[in-house]
Design a binder for this molecule. Structure first.
Ligand code: ACO
Ligand code: OAA
Length: 370
């Protein structure tokens, strides 16, 4: 019996299941780097530069950045067939189910146009398309037709105008760039690992991204962003936070957006997102929401300290306050996460496909579980 089997680590906590050069999560130090560069040094860089770095492991020149942005914007626009697919969907479907379901149905280019390889270009065509699908699905909820592209030089400017149907201000675009950079990649998280398992069967990149998106949806993973903000809305006021947290912990209910499998200190992304939220949440309703989150974090840490333990906010905790102030409704938060994380998914597909073997672990048969 090998060492991993004797550990009985059925959740794979701490088990090394592969290698990657794409990112490094240093859970003890609370440090995250993409391709060796600390996210602190990437968060204010142009979005296309960071996406390229994550994908290909090198900094692009300005022509490459422009090419990538033009490609993403071009693929954001929905053709007639894609609009018809969206129109056929039952109303009320969660945006994450829409994305997971539609990604395999998108018709992809048959030839490369950027010279990046067909898999990479298929992935990037889907990355662009996710932005168009999210915006068009949001508008469909309001009985509106999809809006037309407004830019081929700024991907998030184009996205926000597709989403809201009006030109965004420069601050909103800058904040969205930063939030999406922070969510772009995170090593062997559950969604990425699911995509790697899928890729290991030699399924195409569309299947792999769809599997990742399905895995990201859950509340213990990406879906915690929606759940954390809705928790703050349900609590209503900072003064009610301590009582809420106390009750949850007594009932063994998890506080959404708190805790992490890898980080033993504050998640470096939460550290950057909190001041962004502070800066953005100025009007009274979003300020109160943010102050409620701050009070939940403090109450949760105080309760854990009483038990001699520590807990920290993760990326999901303050991100919702940022998105809320950008006018994104909470049920679209996880879809926005997928729109950022897709670059990580593509990078892992490309890295893994270079030298892949079928991922197939083993279960011990136990008839007494029934
Ligand atoms: C993008 C991302 O995926 S970031 C993560 C997003 N998910 C969330 O925010 C959901 C809330 N958090 C959690 O459920 C957990 O912290 C996880 C799933 C993220 C990590 O979980 P694990 O590594 O499995 O830690 P585990 O659940 O074993 O927690 C260890 C202890 O801390 C407690 N704990 C951990 N997180 C929380 C929380 N958010 N609220 C209350 N208690 C918590 C557990 O109950 C457990 O207590 P115990 O030792 O008394 O049983
Ligand atoms: O790495 C994880 O387990 C979850 C996470 O923070 C992410 O996917 O960004």
């Amino acid at each position: 019996m090998n060492q991993q089997m004797t550990m009985e680590s059925f959740d794979l906590a701490g088990v090394i299941v592969g290698e990657t050069a794409i990112s490094d999560v240093d859970g003890e130090a609370g440090r995250l780097s993409y391709r060796g560069v600390d996210i602190v040094d990437l968060v204010e860089r142009p979005f296309a530069e960071v996406a390229w770095l994550v994908l290909f492991g090198e900094r692009p020149d300005s022509a490459q950045q422009q090419q990538l942005t033009r490609f993403l914007c071009a693929h954001a626009e929905l053709d007639q067939r894609e609009r018809a697919l969206l129109a056929e969907l039952p109303s009320g479907l969660h945006p994450m189910l829409v994305l997971q379901g539609l990604v395999p149905l998108i018709e992809l280019p048959t030839e490369q146009s950027l010279g990046l390889g067909l898999d990479a270009e298929h992935g990037l065509a889907l990355a662009g398309k996710l932005s168009g699908l999210i915006a068009a699905y949001y508008r469909r909820e309001q009985g509106l037709e999809p809006a037309a592209n407004t830019s081929d030089t700024d991907f998030h400017y184009n996205f926000l105008s597709l989403f809201h149907g009006e030109a965004p201000d420069a601050d909103a675009v800058r904040m969205l760039d930063a939030a999406q950079i922070l969510q772009m990649e995170h090593s062997f998280n559950a969604g990425t690992f699911a995509g790697r398992v899928c890729a290991s069967t030699l399924a195409p990149i569309q299947s792999s991204i769809s599997a990742s998106i399905g895995t990201l949806y859950g509340r213990l993973h990406g879906g915690a962003d929606q759940a954390a903000l809705e928790m703050a809305q349900a609590i209503g006021h900072p003064e009610q936070a301590a009582e809420y947290v106390h009750r949850c912990l007594a009932d063994k209910v998890k506080i959404m957006g708190m805790g992490h499998r890898e980080y033993r200190t504050v998640d470096p992304r939460a550290k950057l997102l909190k001041p962004m939220a502070m800066q953005l949440c100025r009007e009274p309703q979003s300020r109160q929401l943010l102050e409620t989150l701050v009070a939940v974090e403090a109450a949760c840490q105080a309760e854990f300290a009483e038990r001699g333990k520590e807990i920290w906010a993760n990326v999901e905790f303050y991100k919702g306050a940022v998105f809320h102030s950008l006018g994104i409704p909470s049920h679209f938060f996880t879809a926005m996460f997928a729109m950022a994380r897709v670059y990580g998914y593509i990078a892992h597909f490309l890295e893994f496909s270079r030298d892949s073997r079928l991922i197939r672990p083993r279960a011990r048969y136990n008839p007494n579980l029934d």
